[in-house]
Design a protein around this ligand. Structure first.
Ligand code: ADP
Length: 532
């Protein structure tokens, strides 16, 4: 039941001064004053009995004062708060000390709200307590906010802890910096790795951990990122606590507010030492492989040539010295000398025979004849040589003809020729400065429908009078050259019924090209030969 407070108040005022109103207040002025306090106020007897209340209490509880006086504390207080409230109240009443407690009070509609309740003893001139004045301030919302804030704070701190846990568990290093680039945080792993403390790393202290060769480059890059506001990444070496450097990929990303202003930089460093080492090994391995492939095939050929030629050469030298001895005798043995001179010539011819036989042998050695797509064959060789080309600063332009007919031949031997031509071109450009080192590998069909592959470079070029000489065995202009590459390549191509030529072209450099009858033509040719 609610009380009509307006009527109640009117009645009090009508009572006029000097009367006690029906709520027990001594004067209507006092009644109106305590009614205007924006809190619930109650007056209790020295022994703790309810004496007077203001209208806020009646309004809140929803019953008249007479009824309220007969109510038990348990009728208005939350059962959970009852023990602590009665203990505090008993203590204050028995000792006369102020009463100060927070508890819930039931509203007229049955809802409990939190109140801050303070009881102060009112004493007379002798110091005796005449009544208790109890102030009840609604703190329900504040308390709810407080609880919410406490809960939120607990969550924030636990999520912060979780976040820190995650950041520390990240396998890489995590850091953050101010919009100006001053580092304010590095995770524990970063500290464990570098042996530096968070305080030491902050600001630009972290620079001490960067390899001296990488620090200026990284510093410049970081400044450029701070200036442009772009995300970026940089590879640099970081010093471990024991002085060992490892390669890291350092990434930085800006975090922006809704206006687009950078509020923070976040970074992450990933250990890429293993990748770096694998890369270095793979480059090296590829160039060694190429070199080995060349040396192995050329080495085997030259060793067998040396062995075969050695015998007739030894004979020539023996015969020549016998001849000299015979001519120098007294009297000179002219017949004997003539005979040994004839044998010298015979041995010379034998040596030449051996070379010719070897070339023939080499070109006739067991080979696999199949349809070969020169585009594919060349692509494979180029793929193998990409590292070599890059290292030598060579820019490759492949110009492969579409729908190129296959040729009949030995794929490996033809690839050996392509490899030789490309490596010669790379070597011819190795001393070139001041112009691009350009390599064009092209394929196509000649008018007679044979298929060609050309390797054009921008290197030193070939002197016109040396155009044929360079194909001779053991002709080389290189200090470490063997001079057999072109000679063997020509043997291979001739064995495929093709031709290998060198030519000059407009501008610097040389072009080496071979052409081979295409597979269809070859088959037609073979059939004609069989029929005759
Ligand atoms: P090597 O490369 O061992 O000298 P080669 O028979 O492959 O043996 O080449 C013989 C010579 O031909 C080289 O020493 C070089 O003088 C010349 N030559 C070959 N290819 C080129 C080229 N692309 N440009 C200029 N000269 C070349």
């Amino acid at each position: 039941m609610r009380i009509d407070m307006a009527n109640e108040r009117e009645r009090v005022i009508e009572d006029g001064p000097g009367h006690v109103n029906d709520r027990g207040l001594p004067m209507p002025e006092a009644d109106s004053i305590i009614d205007s306090i924006p809190a619930m106020v109650a007056f209790m007897t020295p022994s703790g009995e309810l004496e007077q209340v203001n209208r806020q209490i009646l309004d809140y509880i929803g019953i008249p004062l007479d009824e309220l006086k007969n109510w038990q504390a348990s009728d208005t207080l939350h059962p959970d708060d009852l023990p602590s409230v009665s203990a505090a109240w008993m203590h204050s009443v028995s000792t006369g000390t102020p009463y100060d407690i927070e508890h819930r009070i039931r509203r007229a509609d049955g809802v409990y709200r939190w109140f801050h309740v303070r009881g102060l003893p009112v004493r007379n001139s002798e110091g005796t307590i005449t009544r208790w004045c109890v102030l009840q301030v609604d703190i329900d919302e504040r308390r709810r906010d407080k609880v919410l804030i406490a809960k939120a704070l607990a969550e924030v701190s636990s999520s912060e802890e979780r976040l820190r846990g995650i950041i520390d568990a990240v396998p890489g290093f995590v850091w953050s910096a101010s919009p100006e680039g001053s580092v304010g945080f590095v995770n524990r792993r970063w500290c464990d790795y570098t042996g530096m403390s968070l305080e030491e790393a902050c600001g630009d202290g972290w620079v001490a951990s960067i390899h001296p060769d990488d620090a200026p480059g990284l510093g410049g890059y970081w400044q450029a990122l701070l200036h442009s506001g772009d995300a970026g990444e940089y590879e640099a070496r970081l010093k471990r606590f024991d002085g060992i450097y490892r390669w890291f990929l350092i990434r930085a990303v800006p975090q922006r507010d809704e206006t687009g202003r950078i509020v923070r930089w976040y970074g992450e460093n990933t250990d890429i030492e293993d990748r770096k080492q694998a890369e270095a090994f793979l480059a090296k391995a590829r160039s060694e492989l190429t070199h080995l492939a060349r040396v192995a095939s050329l080495g085997a050929v030259t060793a067998s040539i040396a062995h075969e030629v050695n015998q007739p050469l030894a004979g020539i030298i023996t015969n020549a010295s016998t001849c000299l001895r015979m001519l120098g005798a007294d009297p000179p043995n002219v017949d004997g000398a003539l005979e040994t001179a004839r044998r010298t010539i015979r041995d010379g011819n034998r040596a030449a025979d051996v070379i010719n036989r070897l070339r023939a042998l080499f070109s006739k050695k067991s080979i696999t004849i199949e349809n070969v797509d020169l585009n594919d064959a060349a692509r494979e060789v180029i793929a193998m040589l990409l590292g070599e080309l890059q290292r030598n600063g060579v820019v490759l332009h492949p110009r492969f003809a579409e729908a190129l007919p296959p040729v009949r031949g030995d794929r490996v031997q033809l690839q050996q020729v392509i490899l030789n031509l490309i490596m010669n071109a790379v070597e011819a450009m190795s001393s070139i400065t001041g112009r691009a080192r350009e390599l064009i590998v092209s394929t196509g069909q000649e008018q007679d429908r044979s298929v060609y592959l050309a390797v054009k470079d921008s290197g030193t070029g070939v002197d016109p009078q040396d155009m044929e000489r360079i194909f001779n065995a053991f002709y080389t202009t290189k200090s470490s050259g063997m001079g057999v590459g072109l000679s063997i390549s020509r043997s291979i191509i001739e064995h495929h019924d093709g031709q290998l030529r060198a030519s000059a072209h407009d501008g610097p450099g040389a072009t080496f090209a071979f052409s081979i009858p295409n597979a269809d033509n070859r088959e037609a040719c073979d059939r004609v030969m069989e029929n005759h």
